[in-house]
Write a protein that binds this ligand. Structure first.
Ligand SMILES: Cc1cc2nc3c(=O)[nH]c(=O)nc-3n(C[C@H](O)[C@H](O)[C@H](O)COP(=O)(O)OP(=O)(O)OC[C@H]3O[C@@H](n4cnc5c(N)ncnc54)[C@H](O)[C@@H]3O)c2cc1C
Length: 535
């Protein structure tokens, strides 16, 4: 793309010149102001045990109630509306719908609070694909599916800081004759062998419940990814770092924690594992927008607007003989509301569903106990000008630093990357940190300063002027960001049972897949609105 090329050249020249100047004049910069944004954890924590329930002052009614307005809840509402059911109410704790896929605006620029991209859907994600066709993001042309390039991530997409320079792509480079390259090839072959080449349903489908489950796949789900890599003799530091990064990025936990099923599924459900310079496979396009997947949320929510009731924290759900009763706290009026419905979908994380639902089914108790959720920290940093850069590949949408020693950072994306402005200028970068569970409590501390400093210290490793350029840091803490696909989760009977329930109370959330991506949430939400049980 021409605009991308001229932008790339400009950025590289400007940044290199500035980097040289900055090296001569180091000075301490006052830290930028910092604030919390996004998730209202105080609302969710109303549910903690021991809090007395309020008495409802208001009585409301709907044919179908959906608790939780994330992707799954919105997709469920869309599904019921498509069946001609008008009387739907979505009760959402936050003021805005979208859950983990909400967006933010900093210094007038849109940026993500959480989810920021959607890969081109695989054949099994046909509900997602149909909806993207409706939106015009996909269309059929001469028998092929074509994506609207304006919404695909512009080039250059990704870069990695390694050995003192930026390189294109995220896989650490390796001499073709090196042991690293040999291990890349062996991993690619192992993934391809597990994928299989037989026509028909795939072993690693996305959504995952549409996969063919076999003894071989089940064995992957019984062990950690690192154990499987060990058995395969795949111990190269660069390969391990890359796989760990991919798992932390998609699953919120690394190769020591996630199952080998999850580690393989990451690649096998899409285009496999590509060895640079040797791959014959298709490259993977992703849709992205300045505000991340909030772009999709807005389009999912718009037709449902009047049916979405923000600022409603659901405290209790009681299934009754002729309906369902819901006690919700209206965060705006500070009053309790009593809602009744014929049917209800719990589209919240399962540990919340288990807390609010009276007499939960045994499968829900088991599933809630099974799933561990990873905490994340997301930092949106408003920059008044482009950052100084290290040599090598030019600025990309996603920039990551190779750090085999560990650390929580996953790199950052640039909200202005998709803009076609001819000159680089102010922007917002969004830095992601996936945290170990023992840092969840520290995330609740009221003072954001230590977290800001941690984010900026990490960014300073590649951009020494970050403190000078940063005008404001907005931090979002996700205490229970996503379910971690540990061994034993993927095919757990409790999750299968909850997916298939088609009674008065149903469940829809990415948790039901045992891990969290848009396609899972959207499919599970769409399926729950269908009258028939699903496999
Ligand atoms: C930091 C981060 C980055 C991510 N990046 C990506 C990405 O780039 N691409 C991708 O595909 N996926 C990404 N994900 C995964 C993301 O979680 C899914 O894409 C998707 O948004 C999950 O949707 P959901 O509806 O299943 O869950 P949620 O987003 O968890 O929605 C649940 C909803 O229920 C509401 N709720 C909870 N309790 C109550 C209550 N008591 N009463 C009323 N409402 C309640 C919540 O506020 C929320 O809106 C990311 C996740 C995080 C946290």
């Amino acid at each position: 793309m021409n605009a991308g090329l001229s932008r790339r050249a400009l950025l590289t020249t400007a940044a290199s010149a500035a980097f040289a100047g900055a090296a001569c004049t180091p000075r301490a910069e006052p830290p930028p102001p910092v604030s919390w944004a996004g998730a209202a954890h105080q609302r969710g924590h109303r549910l903690r045990a021991g809090q007395p329930l309020p008495t409802a002052a208001v009585q409301k009614n709907a044919a179908v109630l959906i608790v939780g307005g994330g992707i799954a809840g919105l997709a469920a509402a869309r599904g019921f509306a498509a069946q001609g059911i008008d009387d739907i109410a979505v009760l959402e704790l936050e003021d805005q719908p979208g859950g983990n896929s909400r967006g933010h605006v900093l210094a007038g620029m849109a940026c993500p609070l959480g989810a920021h991209y959607l890969p081109l859907p695989t054949p099994e994600a046909h509900e997602v694909s149909d909806w993207l066709h409706e939106l015009g993001l996909l269309r059929q042309h001469l028998g092929r599916t074509v994506a609207d390039e304006r919404h695909l991530c512009h080039s250059p997409q990704e870069r990695l800081f390694i050995d003192g320079a930026w390189v294109e792509g995220l896989l650490p480079p390796a001499d073709p004759a090196s042991d690293t390259a040999a291990q890349y090839r062996r991993f690619a072959q192992a993934v391809a062998a597990l994928q299989g080449s037989q026509p028909g349903p795939r072993r690693f489908a996305l959504p995952a419940h549409r996969s063919v489950w076999s003894a071989e796949v089940a064995a992957l789900d019984r062990q950690t990814f690192v154990h499987w890599l060990q058995v395969q003799g795949l111990n190269d530091e660069r390969l391990r770092w890359y796989l760990d990064y991919c798992c932390r990025d998609d699953y919120g936990a690394g190769i020591h924690t996630v199952s080998a099923w999850a580690g393989v599924h990451y690649f096998a459900s899409r285009h496999g594992f590509s060895v640079p310079g040797e791959s014959t496979g298709e490259s993977e396009g992703v849709f992205t927008w300045p505000e991340g997947n909030a772009w999709l949320v807005q389009r999912l929510a718009a037709p449902l607007a009047a049916r979405i009731h923000g600022g409603r924290t659901v405290l209790q759900v009681t299934e009754q003989r002729h309906g369902v009763q819901v006690l919700a706290w209206n965060e705006h009026t500070q009053q309790a509301e009593n809602w009744t419905a014929q049917q209800l979908v719990l589209a919240t994380p399962l540990f919340i569903a288990a807390r609010v639902l009276q007499n939960p089914p045994e499968a829900l108790r088991q599933a809630a106990a099974l799933l561990l959720h990873a905490p994340w920290l997301v930092a949106n940093v408003h920059l008044d000008a482009p950052l100084l850069d290290r040599p090598g590949a030019p600025p990309a949408w996603d920039s990551v630093r190779y750090a085999p020693g560990g650390g929580t950072a996953l790199g950052y994306v640039d909200a202005m990357h998709q803009s076609l402005r001819p000159h680089p200028g102010p922007t917002v970068i969004t830095a992601y940190h996936t945290l170990p569970a023992n840092e969840r409590t520290a995330l609740l501390a009221p003072d954001p300063v230590p977290w800001r400093d941690r984010v900026l210290d990490d960014l300073a490793q590649t951009h020494p002027d970050i403190r000078r350029r940063a005008q404001h840091v907005a931090l979002t803490r996700w205490g229970h960001a996503m379910a971690v696909p540990r061994p034993g989760v993927q095919h757990h009977p409790a999750l299968q049972a909850l997916r298939q329930l088609r009674g008065r109370v149903r469940f829809a959330h990415a948790d039901l897949a045992g891990y969290s991506v848009f396609e899972e949430a959207f499919t599970l939400g769409s399926e729950v609105a269908s009258p028939a049980p699903v496999g």
